[in-house]
Design a binder for this molecule. Structure first.
Ligand SMILES: [Cu+2]
Length: 174
């Protein structure tokens, strides 16, 4: 009995990996060889050993049919942060700075700027000298509009609004 329940848990584990891989690598999944399918059947019937069955799974992994993503990657892909362009941001004499003014994030965080001001703004990435560079550059954002950019590399990223050049902000990526 003990042997049988262990066999079932291994089958469950393999099938859950296959469920992930079917969406991640559908083209390759279509190329699962017949002998691997037969091995799965024979293993279920108790005709072959666990070693033989696991060798078939190993073959799928080595040939890229099963793609295993680490949990860490999945978590980092889901990271998100927001920068609010607050009401009054346009006013040079006001204190309507970006919230936060210096956003600190880790790599692979998706940042969304939200225009909560009553007038349009844009987001233009700048080099350390204040020149606009082609990295993250939004169209004009009307009230309520959003702009997204995912920071994949560590560094300090400056930006400003070309309509209101006194409004500068920073995104620090670790
Ligand atoms: Cu602006």
């Amino acid at each position: 009995m003990k042997h049988r329940s262990m066999k079932i848990s291994i089958i469950t584990m393999v099938f859950s990996i296959l469920l992930v891989s079917v969406t991640a690598n559908q083209a390759a999944a279509e190329s699962v060889p017949e002998w691997v399918k037969n091995n799965a059947l024979w293993y279920g019937q108790g005709d072959i050993s666990e070693t033989e069955f696991l060798n078939a799974i190993k073959f799928l992994i080595e040939n890229g049919v099963i793609v295993i993503e680490s949990a860490e990657e999945v978590v980092s892909e889901a990271m998100e942060a927001q920068i609010i362009i607050p009401n009054g941001n346009f006013d040079v004499s006001g204190s309507g700075v970006y919230l936060p003014l210096n956003l600190e994030i880790t790599t692979n965080t998706k940042v969304t700027w939200v225009n909560d001001d009553s007038v349009p703004h844009n987001i233009q990435s700048q080099d350390e000298l204040g020149n606009v560079i082609d990295l993250f550059n939004s169209p004009p954002l009307n009230t309520g509009d959003r702009f997204e950019f995912t920071f994949e590399e560590a560094g300090v990223y400056n930006y400003y609004c070309s309509f209101h050049p006194w409004r500068v902000g920073v995104v620090s990526v670790k």
